[in-house]
Design a protein around this ligand. Sequence first.
Ligand SMILES: [Zn+2]
Length: 453
Amino acid sequence: MKALVVDPALAHAGGRRQRRAGADVLPLDVREVVTPTPPAPGWVLVRPALAGICARDLDLILADRVPDVLTAYRDGAVVVPGHEVVGVVEQASPTRWAKEGSRVLVEPTLRCAHKGLPECRRCRAGDTHLCENADRAGALCSGPSVGSSVEAGGGWSEGLLVHEDMLVPAEGISDQRGVLAEPAASALHAVLRWFRRGDCAVVIGAGAQSRLIVATLRRMYSDLDITVLYDARSMTRPRRGRRFRQPLHLQHDIGPDVVAIRALGASRVWRGPAEELLLRTADLTGSRLMRPKSGGTPVLDGGVDVIFDCRADPTSVDLSLRLLRAGGTLVLCGRPDRQAVEWPLVWSRELTVTGAARYGKEPSGHRTFAVVREWLADPAFPVDGIVTHRFPLEDFDTALETATAGVSAGAVKVVFEGPVAAMRTRMDEAATHVEPLEEPLLHATAARARNGR
Ligand SMILES: [Zn+2]
């Protein structure tokens, strides 16, 4: 079968270390690999219909992007990325319910039981997303999840191995929505990290994660006031556009994005420098700007109740700590790096800072994926516009560049089409008229992304 393989060894061997979007990336290539076979009862081979590209996948590829402390979870082996998967069961070992031909969503976490390890304390307690053996290999497989496991493989391929415990039936959910199950589960988990007190929320970002958090907040709390601080900086791109007076992320026309984000449930979408956002939030919440004696950036005396920071870089974290009211909550959704934090603001105002990286079982006892499945099957959950680009595996260069460029190039969620989607598309082409506009538009966006504009 075909797979898009990341092979770090080639880089060390002086192989084709590539530069993409201005950064060093590990060598990757579409290759023929041996089709994995289910290693034990309960395991199945899933053929992806669509597999998403997310920041974590880009972490796997971009050589020096991961904070050193997190590299303990990696073994540096050859992997097939891709953990956002909707697909079809192709080959099943003896299973309880998963049958060949079933359409499924994949919850990618590999826990102790899947790997063939004795259960850790967290797995025994049901908090499988906090498994203490994420870095350990068992008799059956290694890696914290599909997409970073040598034995299980990943979604950027024609097949990956999954235990049936990790499958969720996809009946009644289109591929376009099903591929959002994993990021939607992350969004729901992030929202549930806030034990609601107050009615004023801020979401920082503009990409798929921010949009899914907005849609989730709106679905859970119809009365919540939600401000999106639009931030289109690409985490993986070097700073460009210094010759312009405004940085690149403040330049492009955000009109269509504002409409899209409002349609997901945002009360308003703002963009601007930190001081201006603080002033506007003070107006909105009826709070006062407290200015440090030294004249530095002000702090709100009664700001917003919660912030979901999908960037989590020094600028966004600092802004968040100043926008929050005393006792407010900052949920770190984007992956932060090692960075300086104005801790006196956290201490003196008793802020809560919490991480949100995964999903599993929520405090209500519900499995995150079970809730997400229900929401995705409901057409009123307005997420159809989030997948903006589809590419076959062979076009991985363009796909990864488009995903890296992100919203400033018109890309929200970029996905690979697996063999199942290709078969379906061929059937559709034979039966129906094909929309002629889509492809030139797609290529135009990809070209813009390539030129870094
Ligand atoms: Zn465990």
